[in-house]
Design a protein around this ligand. Sequence first.
Ligand code: PXG
Length: 479
Amino acid sequence: MSYRTEEVAYVQPAQPAASAQATQQKRSTAEYRALDAAHHIHPFSDMGSLNRSGSRVIVKAQGVYLWDSDDNKIIDGMAGLWCVNVGYGRKELADAAYRQMQELPFYNTFFKTTHPPVIELSALLAELAPEPFNHFFYCNSGSEGNDTVLRIVHQYWATQGKHSKKFVISRKNGYHGSTIAGGTLGGMGYMHEQMPSKVENIVHIDQPYFFGEAEGNLTPEEFALARAQQLEAKILEIGADNVAAFIGEPFQGAGGVIFPASTYWPEIQRICRKYDILLVADEVIGGFGRTGEWFAHQHFGFEPDLITLAKGLTSGYVPMGAVGLHDRVAKAIIENGDFNHGLTYSGHPVAAAVAVANLKLLRDDKIIDRVKTDTGPYFQKKLRDTFANHPIIGEISGAGLVAGLQLAEDPKARKRFANGGEVGTICRDFCFNGNLIMRATGDRMLLSPPLVINKLEIDEIVSKAKKAVDATAQQLGIS
Ligand code: PXG
């Protein structure tokens, strides 16, 4: 078997294509890459290696398509970074930002002030979110959302006089952001290794990853139940009086689109209620329609006390994050004096105006309804039909417009490839070269396209994904 793991190198065209120049291109690809390499440090990247191969320069987008600086048309199977839910190029959002920038580009929400966009957004979120969520706190990202969650959880227990409730339980291979608190909450070992210090009182339990971690003859339901019961064991180990909250993504996104079996979340909820522990759903990826429900916890049928929001809140057009508070938690925060937390841009008027336009589009164009009844089921069936009995596909997880494809050496025996991640990289490179954006997490290939995708575009994604997976199998000598 030969593996190819180096970064994708791009062939430089002698001249930029004429139509690329027509798309307001001011520099050649080579110039962009040279400047990027000279001055820009990318997130989560090996910059030495990236600068040698050069980044792909994305210059414009429309609907579900991107164009790079060499005028390649690329289908975006990842909605940017799990966020462009309404697709690219929606004038409604651009107009909202333009109008708001002229009217009131900035004002803060500290010192007894507020403004119309943040008021409209809060009222709209209360209408769209499940019944007990009527209050929202704003920030600029999912990471800050989870930092805010920790502050709210801490303040909540202080107001209840339960000062010893300090521990937060999270999961290995969960992702909750990259601030120090977000990174500590997340269970990514490679991030922990590079952190100068961690937030104290955060501990992790195992994830509900059936394909990769179930041993013996457990069914997916039995396995998920056992993994949920690790929460109870951890609470008993620490002492319920010391545990403040449990946080989890309803389905793990960056961790590989890991969908727990139906037994998981009801058991987590039962345990949280039994020991009086707040349940936090990190909805940064799952929120705003990804599974066909407004929020992913509705798909799994549980009721959190706090929800973290970002990404699809503005469809990524401008940065914004938020935390939704269950009435019970909100009441405690509201009625107990100062809550000493806030950011300059909490409830930024331009972001709030864009969020309102985005949410109205999702609601009034029935985009989420379509994911639930039409495009979501079509996407899931198409993937499952296309990859049925494929020699290197072990499972397909997902619902609505999110999916994870497990690459495996022996799908039936649930045997993963020995060099975790290398095969995913090979497949990712084939996708790249085939003008499909598909993310690789280890040996899981992930799809999360804009929610406005139509069936023809779904066919294009699935057929390009099939070509990439076939080419990967061929390169590995597996047929
Ligand atoms: N929670 C969840 C569940 C996320 O997926 C965050 C919090 C943090 O959000 P911000 O806005 O601070 O990035 C995320 C972010 C990937 C990838 O490679 C995923 C995320 C971010 C960057 C890369 O899949 N998710």
